[in-house]
Write a protein that binds this ligand. Structure first.
Ligand code: NAG
Ligand code: NAG
Ligand code: NAG
Ligand code: NAG
Ligand code: NAG
Ligand code: NAG
Ligand code: NAG
Ligand code: NAG
Ligand code: NAG
Ligand code: NAG
Length: 770
């Protein structure tokens, strides 16, 4: 809705600046109502919900110098002659709309244009023959995320003022044309961002014109399949270089800085390449001002040089997924006072990292999958958000002074920790994940566990816990994943488990924890890539940051899950314990649960009919208990059930064999002598009163996957569809390559969201609402 009436408009005819960003406006663009805004110089309508395209009425805004129509749902082409006639335009932002077609040639009238951001649309065509070649006043251009088919840098042959080129692409069809060899650029760039642009298709390793640039401050040529050795010349030629992003290319060889000190370099990302060898001893002296160093996913090896402790501004150090070995230098754990993310996971580090020198105060410490030894320190660890020491050789007790006040994710699985859960650490409302599976903890679950009021994941599996399952667990209403399997818990399943949500609460994903993480004061845009550093873990918007990985079993598969899935899936696993008594009927109220595993206990009584209300259930395992009675036929309502196992109980009667149940094979029912009907060989008609001879378990799998009866096919089809969707999601978590691609996409998009959120919060003078 356009907020101004025509009467009010009369008074606004001298208006020079109009900012209506994020005001919830809708309908078509209001240019018609702005007919006498001939003095208007700056117009910001971004972040509203208009429809249609740019109308000829825009021609009335003849003084317009800057216009932002970003994220407002426009479509159509830019082919509006009245728009091209706004000759005073210096600044155009059309980010994230649905504009399409080629860039119209009339744009070359805009001879004053210095800032053009058309990223996130569906513009297409051959950029080499586009009007951009004549827009020689351009200083800033962002062409990212469109459908352009051809691009060549000689497009900018006549541009002398150009400072920023951003071209992030997700378009596989893009062809980057070879540069004209004789071409010498007239410009000196400050920022070059070219991501995912298939630069390997160029002859030669690098863009030739880059050899002549010496004022570069930001270079991002990530995801571009480039190979060759580390481009040391880029650093040598550009002494002001602050950020270099070579992530996800195919660079090889050692990363070696032969001479000189690169005092301006703040941010270096060489991750996901094929670099190898040792790091040079004096690395910390060569790049002493570094704030972010990401060497993850390469083949680096050897000891970490102690000079790394000389990088006194270091904030983020990611060395994960390499083959580094030796001890972590004392200089790093003692001196890195600015560090907040330290990721050493998946290497060969050994030794005792929590020695008396350990003085780090971090947001995230990731040491998983190394060979660290020693005990957790008996002084409070100053770690917020993530502490992951999984799969090392840590021993000893959990110190009761382990300060979990701020830790959100504590992952200690796969060590040799012993002792009981100290009550003192269970008083933390910040803890979301507690994963201590596969250690040697003993004792019972203390009643004080109800202090962990925000816990979403509890995995105690594979320890020696005993005693009854504390009813206080039922107070942990947010739990989605509870895995108590493979312990010695006894007694009955608490009847109150239905108080736990197991996924019933509103999902927490896509809830941004706020813009504050960026510090609005240091608003560094328009160089979007700057956001990479300011993004802290809390700002990622997801409840489970990428470094939280949980193992659990579902549908007979033990997998590592991470990210969104942890927020979506709900699981109760009590298998391999000594639980007795009946299955509480109230478990049937866990209507959002996806997997329940009560196998290998001593449970008695019937399978509750109420389980037919577990409409999201995909995996149900009640095998190896003493259950009796019939398999309730109402369970056939569970349309998503893909794994069902009741073998080795004392169930009787006819096996349900319709809908999903027609897909289960006899292995699901074995060891129940009184069950009958297909898929079991025993028919239900020949029931005589004498106890039947025990069945010889048949190993042969004579059910064939294609023997699906037709009425059931449609159900299975829709189920498979859902499973396919989950499959895609899980592939993203299992396949690092796809994950990488998807995340980088999502990541970049996410920054844009922030960009606009920030834009509307900037508090510009003259703002009329918000
Ligand atoms: C793109 O346009 C340029 C200039 O008009 C032309 O030389 C080139 O062949 C075109 N490329 C393609 C793939 O059409
Ligand atoms: C650059 O300018 C020259 C001289 O004005 C012209 O001949 C040439 O075509 C222009 N190049 C491009 C790519 O527009
Ligand atoms: C940049 O480095 C390359 C390769 O070492 C060299 O050929 C070129 O002259 C250098 N350019 C400048 C401006 O120093
Ligand atoms: C380092 O790079 C890897 C791979 O490119 C990425 O997954 C990871 O998130 C980066 N680390 C940090 C701390 O940003
Ligand atoms: C990692 O380094 C160790 C020596 O520290 C070596 O034995 C091993 O082969 C290396 N692994 C790989 C994958 O390079
Ligand atoms: C739990 O922590 C709060 C705040 O840190 C404190 O006030 C309270 O006394 C603690 N409770 C117990 C039982 O330790
Ligand atoms: C149970 O946990 C122990 C370690 O405590 C492990 O060795 C064993 O494989 C686990 N059993 C199952 C069935 O997961
Ligand atoms: C239930 O748990 C047991 C033991 O952890 C495991 O072997 C089995 O595969 C699980 N059942 C399902 C259906 O995932
Ligand atoms: C399923 O849930 C509904 C609503 O909560 C309840 O009325 C019904 O009795 C439940 N069915 C069974 C079999 O428990
Ligand atoms: C199994 O169930 C039958 C009745 O269906 C009962 O007669 C028998 O005693 C039960 N066996 C055990 C071991 O509980």
């Amino acid at each position: 809705m356009w907020p101004l009436s025509s009467k009010e408009l009369v008074y606004l005819s001298n208006l020079e600046v109009l900012i209506l960003a994020g005001c919830g406006l809708n309908g078509s663009l209001p240019f018609k109502d702005m007919a006498n805004f001939s003095s208007l110089e700056i117009l910001d309508l971004s972040d509203n919900a208009f429809t249609g395209s740019i109308t000829p009425y825009i021609g009335a805004l003849s003084s317009l110098k800057a216009i932002s129509l970003s994220v407002i749902g426009l479509n159509g082409t830019l082919n509006t002659p009245e728009f091209c006639a706004l000759k005073k335009l210096e600044h155009i932002e059309l980010v994230d709309n649905d504009f399409e077609g080629m860039l119209p040639s009339c744009l070359n009238n805009l001879t004053s244009l210095s800032y053009l951001d058309i990223s996130g649309n569906r513009f297409n065509g051959n950029l080499s023959s586009s009007p951009i070649a004549s827009l020689t006043s351009l200083e800033y251009i962002d062409l990212s995320y469109n459908l352009f088919e051809v691009f060549s840098f000689s497009l900018f042959a006549n541009h002398s003022k150009l400072k920023v080129i951003q071209f992030l692409s997700d378009n596989n069809k893009l062809v980057i044309e070879n540069e004209n060899h004789s071409w010498d650029p007239l410009f000196q760039l400050k920022v070059l961002v070219l991501s995912n642009c298939n630069l390997n298709k160029l002859s030669g390793n690098f863009l030739r014109f880059l050899l002549n640039q010496h004022e570069l401050e930001v270079v991002d040529i990530s995801h571009s399949k480039l190979n060759g050795s580390f481009p040391i010349w880029l650093l040598e030629n550009n002494t002001r270089l602050q950020r270099l992003n070579l992530r996800s290319n195919s660079f090889t060889g050692e990363f070696h800085l032969p001479s000189d000190h690169y005092m301006n370099l703040r941010w270096l990302d060489l991750s996901d390449n094929h670099f190898d060898g040792k790091l040079q001893e004096n690395i910390g002296k060569r790049i002493p001002k570094l704030e972010t160093l990401n060497l993850s996913q390469n083949y680096f090896e050897g000891n970490l040089p102690s000079s790394i402790g000389d990088m006194s501004n270091l904030e983020i150090l990611d060395l994960s997924f390499n083959n580094f070995s030796g001890e972590v230098p004392m200089e790093l754990v003692a001196n890195c006072t600015s560090c907040y993310i330290l990721r050493l996971s998946n290497n060969n580090f050994h030794g005792d990292i929590f020695s008396k020198h350990f003085k780090l105060s971090l947001t995230s410490l990731e040491l998983q999958n190394n060979n660290f030894i020693g005990t957790l320190p008996v002084v409070p660890l100053k770690i917020q958000v993530v502490l992951n020491i999984s799969n090392n050789h840590m021993t000893g007790l959990l110190p009761s002074c382990l300060n979990l006040q701020y830790v959100e994710h504590l992952l200690l699985q796969g060590n040799k920790l012993t002792g009981s859960l100290p009550k003192a650490i269970l008083n933390s409302s910040s803890l979301v994940t507690l994963d201590i599976r596969d250690n040697s903890f003993i004792g019972s679950i203390p009643d004080e566990i109800d202090g962990l009021s925000n816990l979403k994941v509890l995995s105690l599996s594979g320890n020696h816990f005993s005693g009854v399952i504390s009813k206080q667990l039922c107070q942990l209403k947010r739990i989605g994943i509870m895995d108590l399997s493979n312990n010695s818990f006894s007694g009955t399943i608490p009847y109150c488990f239905h108080n736990i949500t197991f996924g019933k609460l509103a999902r927490s994903y896509f809830v941004y924890t706020g813009v504050s993480a960026f510090g609005i004061g240091s608003f560094l845009l328009p160089y979007k890539s700057f956001l990479y550093t300011t993004l802290r873990i809390q700002g990622s918007g997801f409840l489970f940051p990428e470094q939280v990985e949980i193992v659990f079993v579902m549908k007979y598969r033990s997998d590592l899950y991470k990210g969104l899935i942890l927020d979506m899936v709900s699981v109760l696993d009590l298998s391999f314990n000594k639980l007795t008594g009946e299955i509480p009927r109230t478990l049937g109220q866990l209507s959002s649960i996806h997997a329940m595993n009560l196998s290998y206990n001593q449970l008695t009584g019937p399978i509750p009919k109420s389980f037919s209300n577990l409409t999201q259930l995909e995996s149900l395992d009640l095998s190896h208990n003493n259950l009796n009675g019939e398999i309730p036929s109402v369970l056939t309502n569970l349309t998503f059930l893909a794994a069902f196992n009741v073998n080795h109980n004392n169930l009787s009667g006819k096996v349900p064999n319709i809908k999903q149940f027609s897909t289960f094979e006899k292995s699901s029912y074995e060891g129940n002598p009184f069950l009958c009907g297909p898929p079991l060989e025993k028919s239900c008609t020949d029931i005589d009163e004498s106890p039947p001879s025990p069945q010889i378990p048949s190993q042969a799998n004579d059910g064939k996957w294609y023997e699906v009866n037709l009425p059931v096919f449609s159900t299975i089809f829709s189920v498979s569809y859902v499973i396919f969707f989950l499959g895609v999601v899980s592939i993203l978590y299992i396949n690092p390559h796809w994950r990488q691609r998807c995340f980088n996409l999502v990541e970049d998009r996410m920054y844009w969201c922030y960009f606009f959120a920030l834009n509307t919060l900037k508090g510009l003078p003259g703002r009329m609402c918000h």
